[in-house]
Design a protein around this ligand. Structure first.
Ligand code: ARG
Length: 587
């Protein structure tokens, strides 16, 4: 179904003579006292035509036909048009919404293919709290894109190649503790890596043996390849445990090593096309001068002014690197899926890498670059109370598995306090849904490009903009239906809606906004906009519930209010689901 702004824009277009390239946009009213939606078209047109905006607004009003939708359209301020919706029209739209499996989200004219590169941890290292943001953001964007109707390829670009394997192999062959490896493979691999890398710093012979092990691996030595595969297998199995807990899945897991064969051909092509050139023994891409200096990713400014900051695609030792791998990966993705968009979800420290990589790609394949949108969706850090990166009490990075355990434990204590009589298994399950939901929501709610402070108390609170608050709104609606069933009555399926009380109309309008919000969330890659919408929905529902008795009302009014409860619950559940958050039936 169309959104309200889309409908009003059609009417506006019909009322404006010759708008040229002026966008005729309808947005939510900034102040609901003056209307529900607004347009600034008259102001934009007046500026272009050098006329008085109020005169242009009057002209538009004269031709505008929206009587069926709006009870009033008023000119306000410098020439805004303010639209107020008719309650009976809102009611009819909510009737449509109720039957719409897509909950009012318009079906795209042409579905896109979107590759989402997210999570992408490095092999042989435990996933830590830093990986949660990429995993959760990426998963939510994938779910939203799919719900809207796009084709999504979830690609876990794991770091399974690189110089670290030289040290890991030395460690494996010299200091591996088998029993520790059995207990916790990633912890043991991390330990041997740290051990060898410390020794490398002190002892040149260790460094040399790491280099030799790496060369052997790269030239296909059977023993080293076998050990390397074992390290990947062990890592993947621990990643899978975490993904299972988080309800995250991938369509493909193509690690960096998958692209090895493509690396040298990529460098060769860049060289032949004179995009890359030799510099100090390395192959580098320099600025082509096409951008203003401030925006050029191949320049940086220091005290002496602007200087080169090239992207290296082949190091002086002949090895390709992260940039080369990402270029090869991009080439493979284009050949394989012909995507309309590729989304890379990583932390903000990789901004320069992606700006350079996207720019090299554009020079390398200008035609392909024109038909694919490349989005680096980056995010800030998670901080502790002290304003520094979030650490354990003993100062170590927080392992993701431990964090999820703690979330469930803390939530279990709360659930047990509230519902001591529930069987333990049920309390555990509720605690799982609330605990994991709280962690995910706290991560998705802040503007992703900022840092946020991790706080158990805040995220697990039933008050404020939190997962438990939203889950509780859903649970309260379910309890209405339970009470109804206990009293021996049932919802009248498909009962007519009657939106009479202002709180009912307000809830109806809020429900209709979902279809406007969701495409925007995907366009800007900002699940926080969906989180905030759901919070507003829960608040609007509570206001309705306070003002309009449901079970104590009667007849057609009661049937209608129960329907409003049902759609609200469905929307809360669907919306939270798109953030990767489940809802309990009681809590
Ligand atoms: N493995 C990388 C890291 O841990 C993230 C990879 C992101 N994806 C990509 N195509 N570069 O930093």
């Amino acid at each position: 179904m169309e959104t309200i702004p889309a409908l009003l824009e059609q009417r506006l277009r019909a009322a404006v003579e010759d708008p040229g390239d002026i966008p005729l946009r309808i947005t939510s009213a900034s102040d609901s006292r003056f209307g529900d939606y607004q347009a600034n078209a008259a102001m934009l047109l007046a500026k272009q035509r050098r006329q008085n905006p109020r005169v242009v607004a009057l002209e538009i009003l004269d031709r505008l036909k929206v009587d069926d939708i709006c009870s009033s359209v008023e000119i306000a301020g410098a020439g805004f048009l303010n639209f107020r919706l008719r309650p009976e029209w809102v009611q009819a739209r909510v009737e449509m919404l109720r039957l719409d499996a897509h909950l009012g989200v318009p079906v795209p004219e042409r579905p896109k293919c979107i590759v989402i590169d997210f999570s992408s941890p490095n092999v042989a290292k435990p996933m830590h709290v830093g990986h949660i943001r990429s995993t959760i953001l990426g998963d939510s964007l994938a779910k939203i894109a799919e719900f809207i109707g796009h084709k999504v390829v979830r690609d876990n670009h794991i770091g399974d190649w690189g110089t670290q394997f030289g040290m890991l192999l030395v460690g494996w062959k010299t200091v591996l503790d088998r029993a520790a490896l059995e207990r916790d493979p990633l912890l043991e691999m991390e330990r041997i890596y740290k051990d060898v890398s410390a020794r490398c710093r002190e002892d040149a012979t260790v460094l040399e043996s790491a280099r030799q092990e790496l060369v052997k691996l790269q030239s296909g030595d059977a023993e080293n390849l076998g050990l390397w595969r074992e390290m990947i297998r062990l890592s993947q199995s621990q990643f899978d445990t975490i993904y299972g807990r988080l309800g995250v899945r991938f369509d493909v897991t193509l690690g960096e090593s998958f692209y090895n064969e493509r690396l040298h051909p990529v460098v060769e092509e860049l060289r032949a096309r004179q995009i890359a050139r030799a510099s100090d023994g390395a192959m580098c891409v320099f600025t082509d001068g096409s951008l203003p200096q401030e925006q050029d990713p191949f320049l940086i400014k220091d005290k002496d002014g602007w200087r080169d900051n090239p992207a290296i695609v082949l190091k002086s030792d002949g090895a390709a690197n992260y940039t080369t791998t990402d270029l090869a990966t991009l080439q493979y993705r284009l050949e394989t899926w012909h995507p309309d968009e590729i989304v890379y979800v990583t932390d903000g420290r990789q901004q320069l890498h992606f700006r350079q990589m996207f720019s090299v790609f554009q020079r390398w394949m200008p035609e392909a670059a024109a038909s694919v949108r490349l989005s680096h969706v980056w995010f800030g850090s998670i901080l502790g109370d002290d304003g520094k990166p979030f650490k354990t009490r003993s100062g170590e990075t927080v392992r993701l598995a431990d964090l999820l355990d703690e979330a469930e434990e803390r939530s279990f204590a709360q659930v047990s306090e509230r519902n001591p009589a529930l069987p333990e298994a049920e309390r555990r399950e509720i605690a799982r849904v609330i605990g994991l939901g709280a962690v995910k929501y706290a991560d998705l709610l802040p503007h992703r490009q900022g840092d946020y402070t991790f706080s158990w108390d805040r995220m697990l609170s039933f008050q404020g903009n939190t997962a438990p608050y939203l889950q509780n709104a859903y649970v309260r609606i379910q309890s209405i239906f339970r009470k109804l069933a206990e009293a021996g009555s049932e919802r009248i399926l498909g009962a007519a809606l009657l939106l009479e009380h202002p709180a009912e109309v307000a809830l109806g309008k809020r429900l209709l906004e979902f279809g406007e919000v969701l495409p925007m969330v995907l366009e800007d890659h900002r699940p926080n906009t969906l989180a905030n919408y759901l919070y507003e929905l829960a608040n609007t529902f509570h206001a309705f519930y306070e003002a309009c008795p449901v079970l104590k009302s009667e007849g057609a009014q009661r049937a209608s209010r129960l329907e409003l409860c049902e759609i609200s619950a469905r929307m809360l559940k669907t919306g939270l689901g798109l953030l990767g958050i489940e809802v309990p039936e009681r809590m």
